[in-house]
Design a protein around this ligand. Structure first.
Ligand code: ARG
Length: 458
């Protein structure tokens, strides 16, 4: 393997070191950022007369041809320590001495810092776009299910009536915050580190702002030692993605429950389900389980990144090469999870009748029944107790509150009137929960519109 750092060494490095040291097997995914960054650097060097105009042009052309060949699949990225060495080596093979001038006023330390930031900015944008697609699907489905009543749960016990639209908007709001977190991470990391050199900048008259402008960063980094060793944004993205995966895992857990014969609230499309090798009847929600499982691996990546950096004195240390596999894994995992979850949710069939049947059992209108008495003047705590006794009585008889005759109801409280049946009807219970943020169809419509506006302005 050819090295960039020959000269001081009299001997070849041991093979075991080469294997440990190499990052090309994974950092080759940065080839486009590396080449684009190098083109900007070369143009700046020529503009500042640090290299000649002719060398600058030769470098830019050479780099462009390398990029084209990699993208065409005709240039295999191997035989170097990392992507930076590979590109420089290939450039020198192609254009000779001018290629050896590219690394003037630059170190691999600021080079890799630049490549990673460029890559992460692009990936944040892609994940953000996928998140918006997911929110759009949730909004569209919510519009279809504004009056699809289902039980809302606390402690996984049926609690109060909600609608599927309301549930979807709960997740929609989580994902909206995930988008905002990604925006914040992007804004904070949008700084251009090239020019930091190895750690102490450079004596050449470089123009960092020109490089910054060419590469579309908001500003240049303020301090060269921080510039080469800041990996906060890797951890921030991993933290953002950990929270996002936690949200996806919750949606998935919900769907896993809904797919059981016990719930039967929905059925996944065949294209997003798996079968069993032995049990012919099985249709399994593997996609959801995988996403739920993969959330843990993203949390692990976040821990890898935090642990990698915590003991490092300034400035660059080779430990930092470990940022890549962890962060790439975060990005790949989140991207694949979103890519499959979006069409899976879009094609999932909802069994509205089963949701309604579940809502009819479990006394989820008991609060409404107590509220009925309270609105007639009974103190809430007394009404609560009275309905508690009524529920216990119903459980003995295996009947719903709605099935109890008015006479029997009046044994529990004389203020029960015939209008109680309307008051505890599930549709009424949902329609009347109309405080802002509630499940009433009109309130959920407001929530959907707010999220649709958010998606539009993002
Ligand atoms: N492959 C290295 C990394 O990813 C590039 C920087 C190497 N710098 C150095 N001084 N060895 O961190």
């Amino acid at each position: 393997m050819t090295k960039l750092w020959t000269g001081r060494f009299a001997k070849e490095t041991d093979h075991s070191l080469d294997v440990l040291n190499a990052s090309l097997p994974f950092d080759r995914r940065l080839y486009r950022q590396d080449i684009t960054g190098s083109i900007a650097h070369a143009k700046m060097l020529a503009r500042q007369s640090i290299i000649s105009e002719a060398d600058g042009e030769a470098i830019v052309k050479g780099l462009q041809s390398i990029l084209a060949d990699i993208e065409a699949g005709t240039l295999v990225m191997e035989g170097a320590e990392d992507i930076h060495s590979f590109v420089e080596q290939e450039l020198t093979n192609r254009i000779g001495d001018a290629g050896k001038r590219l690394h003037t006023a630059r170190s691999r330390n600021d080079q890799v810092a630049l490549d990673m930031r460029m890559y992460v900015k692009e990936e944040i944008t892609k994940i953000h776009a996928l998140l918006l697609d997911l929110i759009k699907v949730l909004c569209a489905k919510a519009r279809e299910h504004l009056t699809t009543v289902m039980p809302g749960y606390t402690h996984l016990q049926r609690a109060q009536p909600v609608t599927l639209a309301h549930v979807y908007m709960a997740y929609g709001n989580m994902l909206r915050r995930d988008c905002v977190r990604l925006n914040n991470t992007f804004a904070l990391m949008d700084e251009m580190p090239l020019g930091s050199g190895a750690l102490a900048s450079t004596t050449y008259p470089i123009d960092r702002d020109y490089v910054c402008e060419q590469l579309g960063f908001a500003k240049i980094t303020d301090n060269s030692m921080d510039g080469v060793s800041d990996r906060d944004y890797c951890m921030e993205l991993a933290a953002d993605c950990s929270i996002l995966m936690m949200h996806l895992s919750r949606i998935c857990e919900e769907i896993i429950l809904w797919c059981t014969w016990e719930f039967r609230f929905c059925e996944l499309d065949d294209a997003f389900s798996t079968g069993s090798s032995i049990m012919p009847q099985k249709k399994n929600p593997d996609v959801c389980e995988l996403i739920r499982g993969k959330s843990g691996r993203v949390y692990g990546d976040l821990m890898t990144l935090l642990s990698m950096q915590k003991g490092l004195s300034l400035a660059y240390n080779k430990d930092m090469q470990e940022d890549k596999e962890a962060l790439f894994d975060v990005i790949d995992t989140v991207t694949h999870s979103l890519q499959v979850l979006i069409p899976m949710l879009d094609t999932m069939k909802i069994h509205e009748e089963n949701m309604k049947q579940a809502a009819l059992g479990g006394y989820i209108n008991a609060t409404d029944c107590a509220d009925y008495l309270t609105k007639k003047g009974v103190p809430f705590r007394d009404a609560y107790r009275c309905v508690g006794e009524l529920v216990a009585w119903c459980i003995e008889r295996s009947c719903a509150l709605n099935d109890v005759s008015l006479e029997d109801l009046q044994q529990f409280h004389p203020l029960f009137g015939s209008d109680v049946y309307e008051a505890i009807d599930l549709q009424t219970c949902v329609r009347e929960r109309k405080a802002p943020g509630g499940p009433a169809p009109d309130c959920v419509k407001v929530q959907i519109e707010a999220l649709e506006r958010f998606v539009q302005k993002e």
